[in-house]
Design a protein around this ligand. Structure first.
Ligand code: SAM
Length: 564
C-alpha cells in the first residue's frame, strides 16, 4: 500500500493539474482532515456566489476513451464498451502499478489506499450490520466485482503482467470509483441513459455536505466546481454529492451523516405470483419494485397501492382497475382490502425492524460509528412508517387517532385491532356474542372445544368460520343484510361455484352437518344447509378475510370483514 499522503503531495497535485490547464482557487487550502481524508479549507473569506473553486482539464479526466485506448490501443479493440467502468478500473489498477511512471502519478499518490466501505469491514464489523439491506448487498457486490475482475484480467492484452492485477488492487479501483467519481453525463453533458462513472482529479478533493449549494460547470476543455454561497475564512469547503441517504453513502463512500434529512429506508419488494390483471395494475413486468421510505414521507402512496394490489380479491381488483382508469390510485377498494394491505405492510416493516438492532459500542471506531448512525436512522424511519400505517388504519376505521404515547411500535397494531369487532366477525365474536350463543354451544360440543384457541390449535378455524357464515346467511339478521347480499352477488354464481369446488364441500357437509343436526336440529336441521351454501361460505372465508393479531397475546387471528 502507498505511503500516507503529505501536504507536499497536495501541492504536487495542484501544480500537476495547473500545468495541464487546471485551476485551484488561491483561497483554498488542500489539506488532510482527521476523520475524512483529504479536504479543503478557505484560507480567506470567499464572498458572493458562483466563485470558481477547482477545475480539471478534460485531458486529465479519466474516462472510458482514455482507459480503453491506453489498455487496448484503440476503442474498437476494447471488449468493454458496454461496461465502461471495467475499462476504467483496469486503467486505474495499471496506473497504480506504474507508480511514478504513470502520467497520473500526482493524482494516484493522493488517492486513499484504505477505505471504510463495508466491503472492507472485518467479520465483527459486518455482524453489526446483520438484518440491514447492506448486510446482504455487500456479498452481492463483492461477487459481482470478483466476476468483473476475472473477466477484465482475462481480456488484458498480453503486454500486461496479469499477476500484478490482484483482486485487492481491483477492489481498490472499484472503491476509488464508487467513492469519488462523477457521472459522465454531468461531466460531459451527455445522455443520462449512457452515463458511467468518470474520475475528475482535483475537483474530487472536496468532502460531502448534503444540500450545500454548488455549481458544476462544463466547458469544452474543463469541468469546474463553484460555490453557490459565500464561505467564511477557516471554514471547510464542501461539494454536494447529490441527494444521498446513509445507505448509499456508507456503501459507496464509507461514511454516514448524522440526522441526514435525505436518508431513506429502501424496500426492494419481490413480486409474488400475480394474475395478469394485478400485473397490469402495478404496471410493471419486472420481478421487483423498489420503494423509499423517508422521514418526510414514511408511507409513500405507491407502496400502499402496491400492497392493495397484492391483497385484492377479484372484486376489489375490478374496483382498483376502475379507479386506475380515472387516475384515482390513492383511493381504496374497500375496507377489507385496505385493512389487509395495511396489515400486511405493517407485518413486513415490523419484521424488518425486528431484524435489526442499533449497536451500543462505547468509544466506537469510525466504522462502528457510521454503522450506528446508519442503523439508528433506519430504525427511526421504520418506526415512523409503522406509526403512519397505524394512523391510516385508524382513518380507515373512522376512529379518532389514539396512537399510544409509546416508542413501542409493536403495540400499535394490536391497539388498532381492538376496534375490529365493529367491522367483522371472528371466532372470539362467535364465542362472546349473545346472538351466537346457541350456535356456539353446538360448536363446543360437536368439536369438543371450549375456546377460540382450541379451535385454532385443532387447525379448524377455516371450517368453523364457514359454518358461522352459513349460519349467518340462514339467519340473515338486518344488520348483515347488505353485506350478505353483496356476498351472494359476488360468490353465489356458477363461475365461482363450479361443480368441482362444490364437490369438495359435499365431504365437509357429510361429515359435519348430520352430526351437528343431531345435537341441535333447530339450527343444523334446516334444509337450507347444503353443500353449495358451505361452498359459497368457503369462497367468502377465502376472499373476504384479514389476519390480525390478538390484543392480549399478539397471536394471529382471522377476521371476515363485514363492513361494506
Ligand atoms: C471524493 S472523496 C473526498 C475527498 C476525500 N476526503 C479524500 O480523501 O480524497 C470522498 C471520500 O471522502 C470522505 N468523505 C467525504 N465527505 C465526508 C463526510 N461528510 N464525512 C466523512 N467523510 C467524508 C469519505 O472517505 C469519502 O469516501
Amino acid at each position: 500500500m502507498s505511503e500516507p499522503t503529505s501536504l507536499s503531495d497536495f501541492h504536487e497535485l495542484v501544480t500537476w493539474a495547473e500545468s495541464h490547464g487546471g485551476y485551484c482557487s488561491p483561497a483554498l487550502e488542500l489539506t488532510k482532515s482527521e476523520t475524512s481524508g483529504s479536504t479543503a479549507y478557505a484560507k480567506c473569506a470567499i464572498p458572493g456566489s458562483n466563485r470558481r473553486l477547482l477545475s480539471c482539464p478534460v485531458s486529465l479526466i479519466i474516462d472510458y476513451d482514455k482507459a480503453a485506448k491506453h489498455i487496448w490501443g484503440d476503442l474498437d479493440s476494447c471488449p468493454f464498451s458496454r461496461s465502461p467502468q471495467i475499462a476504467i478500473r483496469l486503467f486505474l489498477c495499471n496506473q497504480r502499478v506504474l507508480g511514478r511512471e504513470s502520467s497520473w502519478a500526482a493524482y494516484i499518490k493522493i488517492l486513499p489506499a484504505e477505505f471504510d466501505t463495508p466491503l472492507y469491514y472485518n467479520h465483527e464489523e459486518m455482524e453489526m450490520l446483520r438484518g440491514t439491506n447492506i448486510f446482504g448487498e455487500v456479498e452481492l457486490r463483492r461477487h459481482a466485482w470478483i466476476d468483473e475482475w476475472k473477466r477484465g484480467v482475462m481480456y488484458l492484452p498480453p503486454i500486461f503482467d496479469k499477476s500484478l492485477f490482484s483482486w485487492e488492487l481491483y477492489l481498490w479501483a472499484c472503491t476509488i470509483l464508487s467513492s469519488r467519481s462523477f457521472p459522465s453525463s454531468i461531466v460531459f453533458n451527455t445522455d443520462k441513459e449512457d452515463s458511467y462513472p468518470v474520475l475528475v482529479p482535483l475537483v474530487d478533493s472536496l468532502n460531502h455536505k448534503p444540500l450545500v449549494p454548488i455549481y458544476w460547470t462544463v466547458t469544452a476543455d474543463s469541468f469546474a466546481i463553484s460555490s453557490g454561497k459565500s464561505i467564511e475564512a477557516g471554514d471547510e469547503v464542501f461539494n454536494n454529492y447529490g441527494p444521498k441517504g446513509n445507505e448509499e453513502l456508507l456503501m459507496g463512500y464509507g461514511f454516514c451523516i448524522e440526522n441526514n434529512e435525505l436518508d431513506v429506508v429502501t424496500l426492494k419488494l419481490r413480486h409474488p405470483p400475480m394474475s395478469l390483471e394485478k400485473v397490469q395494475l402495478i404496471s410493471s413486468d419486472k420481478s421487483e419494485t423498489i420503494f423509499h421510505l423517508s422521514q418526510s414521507n414514511p408511507l409513500p402512496d405507491g407502496l400502499l397501492y402496491f400492497f392493495r394490489v397484492i391483497v385484492t380479491n377479484k372484486h376489489e381488483a375490478q374496483k382498483l382497475s376502475e379507479l386506475a382508469i380515472v387516475n384515482e390510485r390513492s383511493k381504496t377498494a374497500g375496507t377489507r382490502c385496505e385493512l389487509d394491505a395495511l396489515g400486511k405492510l405493517y407485518n413486513a416493516l415490523s419484521l424488518k425492524l425486528r431484524g435489526i438492532s442499533v449497536p451500543d459500542v462505547a468509544n466506537p471506531s469510525a466504522r462502528q460509528r457510521s454503522t450506528m448512525i446508519y442503523i439508528s436512522q433506519q430504525v427511526k424511519i421504520l418506526k415512523l412508517s409503522l406509526l403512519a400505517i397505524a394512523r391510516a388504519t385508524y382513518a380507515e376505521l373512522h376512529i379518532q387517532p389514539e396512537i399510544p404515547d409509546t416508542d413501542d411500535v409493536t403495540q400499535l397494531r394490536t391497539k388498532v385491532y381492538q376496534h375490529l369487532p365493529d367491522y367483522g366477525i371472528n371466532l372470539d365474536l362467535l364465542f362472546s356474542s349473545p346472538r351466537f350463543s346457541e350456535f356456539a354451544k353446538v360448536i363446543k360440543k360437536g368439536f369438543d372445544v371450549t375456546s377460540p384457541s382450541d379451535i385454532r390449535a385443532a387447525d379448524i378455524e377455516d371450517q368453523i368460520l364457514v359454518l358461522l357464515i352459513s349460519h349467518l346467511f340462514i339467519l340473515t339478521p338486518p344488520d348483515y343484510t347488505v353485506w350478505l347480499n353483496t356476498m351472494q352477488q359476488h360468490y353465489n354464481n356458477d363461475e365461482e361455484l363450479d361443480e368441482g369446488f362444490v364437490e369438495d364441500f359435499e365431504r365437509l357437509y357429510e361429515s359435519y352437518i348430520p352430526p351437528l343436526a343431531e345435537l341441535n336440529s333447530d339450527i343444523f336441521g334446516s334444509e337450507k344447509w347444503t353443500p353449495r351454501l358451505l361452498a359459497w361460505a368457503g369462497k367468502v372465508v377465502d376472499s373476504e378475510g384479514v389476519v390480525s393479531e390478538n390484543c392480549e397475546d399478539g397471536r394471529p387471528e382471522y377476521w371476515i370483514i363485514t363492513a361494506v
